[in-house]
Ligand binder design. Sequence first.
Ligand code: PYC
Length: 320
Amino acid sequence: MQTIRVIDSHTGGEPTRIIIEGGPDLGRGPLSDRLLTFRDRFDEIRSAVINEPRGSDVLVGGLLCEPSDPTCAAGIIFFNNTGYLNMCGHGTIGLMVTLAWMKKLGPGSHRIETPVGVVTATLIDDCRVSVRNVPSWRYRKAVPVNVPGHGTVTGDIAWGGNWFFLVSDHGQNLSLSRWKELSDFTLQIRAALERDGITGANGGLIDHIELFGPPSTSESNSQNFVMCPGGAYDRSPCGTGTSAKLACLAADGKLLSGATWFQESIVGSIFEGSWQPDDSTVPTGADPVIIPTITGSAWVTGECNLILQPTDPFRAGIRT
Ligand code: PYC
C-alpha cells in the first residue's frame, strides 16, 4: 500500500495539491531533468494524485522537491490531468501558502526552482504572495487562425512560463454561466492552432488559450477566461497567463513598467500584475522581454493522506 501526503489550497478559486511526502524520488539533478524522470517512470503517481477518484480535472498538482540550486528554498514540479506544466503562477502562490502553513518558511522573499528557471516568491502575509516570474515576451502579434463555425480568430502568441494564444476580439460574452460554451470555443481555437502548425518559439505547443473581455468590477482592468491544457478552465486569472498578457501590454506600449494591471478571472478573483524590463535575456523577436510580477491570495483547504491500495483497480486514477 502506498501513502502520499498532500496539502490542498486554492488560489483565487483554482485548486493546487502539493505532494509533501510519499512522492517519487527523482534524484538530485536539474528540475527540467527530474520532470522527464517523473513523466517517464512515475506518471502513474501524477495520475493517481490528480485524476478521479482522488482528484478532478481542475486540480493542479505540485511535487515538492529538494532544489538543486542551494540558494533556493524549494523546488517544484507542477502537473495536471494530462501531463506536466513548465511553470504555474497560481500554483506557486499556493505552494508558498502551503510552505507557510507547514512552518517551513516565513514572510519575505524566497527563491523557488522550477523546470523553466528560478522564480522569486514573496510571502506578504499568511495568504498573500507575489511571484516574480520567469522572463516573458510576446512572440507573434495578430496571428489569424480559422476556427470552424467561428471564422477567423486573431490572437497574439506569448510566453509567460507556458505558451498562450491571447484573444481580445472574439465576440463572446465572458460570463461564468457560459463556461461550457467558452470551453468549447477555446478548445476549438487550440485544435485549429495545432491543425495549422501554429506554435510558440522553437515549436513550443500552445496549450493555453486566453480570452479577454471588459472587467465586471471597477477594481479590475479586464476579465479573462483561460483554458488549460487538460480541458478545464482556470478559476484564477492564471499567473502565467497574466504574465503573457503583461508582455503583450508592454510590447504595445499600453502598460508602463512599474504600473499595476488588475486581471480578473472568470469567477471574479483578481491578480495584480506589473512588469520590469529584462536586460539580461536576448529577445527572440522584435518585442521586449519583461520580468512580470504577479500578486494573489491563496488559502489552505485541506491536508490528507491519499491511499493507493494494490487491489484498487483505480489505484492510478481514471485516465481519460
Ligand atoms: O496560474 O500559471 C497559472 C496556471 C497555469 C495553469 C493553471 N494555472
